[in-house]
Design a protein around this ligand. Structure first.
Ligand code: SAH
Ligand code: SF4
Length: 353
């Protein structure tokens, strides 16, 4: 299948209607096919109400399933991590994080990452490729299929309620793939997930954040990690190109629905960004009306040069921020036993089959 072949996972209803009609089938078949697709069924042979000759056309003319499940690991806390193979032979990871009311899928947007934040396991892997919209959406569809076959014990059954672009890669460095995938994830005839339930996390690519706000104003999370330029230059190297002043102006303009906040993610590294001066800088930087701070525990990985701030100090840091009228929470880490936590994703070399 060459790269120009349309992907079933990222087709809109109108696009699919055009194909179906060109193949001499009635337009209503397109809706039936998308109903299967949106449930996570990408193999035409499993689309029971579709005539065999139309299934054959789908197989021949479309690229139906871009992902092959290579490995699935379940954590003690219910988190599931999936390793998928792409047609190119490269691999990516996706994580499902269930809790009482939510089933959140954390999706990857690139193989490796274009950037190289020194605390990030993905960042230590070299950049290999942008994912296509089909490959991004197919991650969600594959998790839906897994949830149907292996339901959660909660009431959520096969529902994916939330999506976060926080897996491997920098989503704002793959605008084509990310924008098209957002369109299909939110569309009524797509997966129909509300923009309030989708979050894009970025290390801070300013022009791209503006365009996201204009085209698909989903929830925004920014990897802040320091509110001091000289520290952020090292921790989040894109800061050298787009320093904090520019980030500040950009965040002020990002469209926010009523009572919603931008999340500023702040990874706490022992002795690096957890001192008095760091706290003061955050208090100065943050706009408490529109932003909240999510303090992230550092997730260790083999060979990492950093140590996380001890829990007690993180709690103290959070309390201090709260006392200044800033919404601050400490993020619980999930799936650590299977290396599924933030910044631990790195696909190459981890599978043993
Ligand atoms: N590239 C995007 C999205 C993927 S990273 C971004 O940087 O925002 C998702 C989150 O995990 C980011 O906030 C990132 O800073 C954080 N992260 C990376 N490595 C981590 C680690 N070792 N421990 C905890 N969080 C980490
Ligand atoms: Fe890339 Fe985000 Fe990791 Fe930085 S933290 S290297 S931007 S994935």
């Amino acid at each position: 299948m060459n790269t120009d072949t349309p992907q079933l996972a990222s087709l809109s209803l109108n696009d699919l209607k055009t194909y179906v009609m060109a193949w001499d089938f009635p337009a209503f078949r397109a809706k039936q096919i998308l109903d299967w697709r949106n449930k996570g069924i990408l193999n035409p042979d499993d689309m029971k109400n579709i005539p065999q000759d139309l299934r054959n056309q789908l197989q021949e003319k479309l690229y139906c399933n871009p992902l092959t499940l290579i490995q699935r690991q379940c954590s003690e806390d219910g988190t599931r991590k999936y390793l998928f193979g792409l047609q190119s032979g490269k691999t990516i990871e996706t994580v499902l994080i269930p809790d009482a009311e939510r089933a959140t899928v954390c999706i990857s947007s690139q193989v490796g990452c274009v950037l190289d934040c020194p605390f990030c396991h993905t960042g230590t892997q070299k950049f290999e490729a942008n994912l296509t919209a089909g490959e991004i959406i197919a991650q969600v569809l594959a998790v839906k299929e897994d949830l149907r076959n292996n339901p959660l014990s909660s009431d959520l059954h096969d529902q994916v309620t939330h999506i976060v672009y926080m897996g491997m890669g920098e989503p704002m460095a793959n605008e084509d793939g990310v924008h098209t995938s957002l369109k299909i994830l939110m569309a009524n005839d797509g997966l129909h997930i509300s923009r309030r339930r989708i979050t894009v996390s970025t290390s801070g690519l300013i022009p791209q954040i503006h365009r996201l706000g204009e085209k698909h104003p989903v929830n925004l999370a920014i990897s802040l990690h320091s509110a001091l330029n000289h520290k952020r230059d090292t921790l989040v190297p894109i800061n050298q190109k787009y320093p904090l002043q520019q980030l500040r102006a950009c965040l002020n303009q990002y469209p926010l629905p009523h009572q919603r906040h931008i999340t500023l993610e702040y990874l706490m590294l022992d002795g690096i960004n957890d001192r008095e001066e760091d706290l003061k800088a955050i208090i100065k930087f943050v706009n408490p009306e529109r932003e909240r701070i999510n303090l992230i525990r550092f997730n260790d990985y083999p060979g990492s040069p950093y140590k996380g701030t001890p829990t007690a100090s993180m709690d103290k840091f959070a309390k201090h921020l709260i006392s200044k009228g800033i919404r601050a929470t400490v993020r619980r880490s999930r799936g650590q036993d299977i290396m599924a936590a933030c910044g631990q994703l790195k696909s190459s070399g981890m599978i043993k089959m």
